[in-house]
Design a protein around this ligand. Structure first.
Ligand SMILES: O=C(O)c1ccccc1NCC(=O)[C@H](O)[C@H](O)COP(=O)(O)O
Length: 215
């Protein structure tokens, strides 16, 4: 299972989190987020990360020029679109950067929030399901209603996000079988400052599932 730790802002924390077992690191390219870092800062972190780790730039309603500017400096392997991007916009991004993984995030409020997803699957590689918040786009620490996802079987691999932490991760994986999990505020001291002890606790929990052959 893929494990993405999002909102990395510091070189040493990125390195430590990759060593603990994260398969993907996320970098917030959304300027109004407290976890925002610029493309030079992202590249400083990427420089010391092993090449088998996925490096995901998180954008919300970006222009193509904005994405291009970041990609010119930071060697990302994936683009996460976390705003209200249309399927057509996602397809444009995929066409321009076919070698990158395109992840489309959906903020799930009700079962109706899942209805739009089929329109996107042709244009993207991976889905990410996050909690809805009226004020913030992501990194909210809110858990989405997992019952809504009980019968969710999309045509693309998917990440479960939203309020996951070392205390609730096993319950989440008992209820659902995502292809990956994504955590941010559940493993940090304050926005953008990851708590390595909490990340270690997360992997201890995940290894318990692994030893029962469930992950
Ligand atoms: O994390 C942010 O600050 C953020 C800001 C704007 C758009 C997206 C953002 N985060 C996206 C993520 O992928 C987070 O990991 C995801 O929302 C889960 O966060 P959390 O509930 O804190 O685990």
């Amino acid at each position: 299972m893929r494990v993405k730790i999002c909102g990395i802002t510091q070189v040493q924390q990125g390195q430590a989190i990759a060593e603990l077992g994260a398969t993907a690191l996320g970098f917030i390219c959304v300027e109004r987020s407290p976890r925002y870092i610029n493309s030079q800062q992202i590249q400083e972190i990427i420089r010391v990360i092993p090449t088998n780790i996925d490096l995901i730039g998180v954008f919300a309603n970006p222009s193509l020029t904005k994405i291009k500017g970041v990609l010119q400096v930071a060697q990302l392997t994936a683009i996460q679109l976390h705003g209200d991007e249309t399927p057509e916009f996602c397809a444009q991004v995929k066409q321009l950067w076919p070698h990158l993984e395109i992840i489309k995030a959906f903020r799930i409020k009700t079962v109706g929030s899942l209805e739009n997803i089929p329109q996107y699957v042709e244009a993207i590689d991976t889905l990410l399901l996050d909690a809805y918040d009226p004020q913030q786009l992501g990194g909210t620490g809110k858990t989405l209603n997992w019952d809504i996802l009980a019968t969710f079987k999309p045509d693309r691999p998917w990440f479960l996000a939203g309020g996951l932490n070392p205390n609730n991760i096993l319950q989440a994986l008992d209820n659902l079988a995502p292809d990956g999990i994504d955590l941010s505020s559940g493993v940090e001291r304050s926005p953008g400052d990851k708590e390595i002890g909490k990340v270690a606790q997360l992997f201890t929990k995940l290894n318990q599932v692994h030893s029962k052959n469930k992950y």
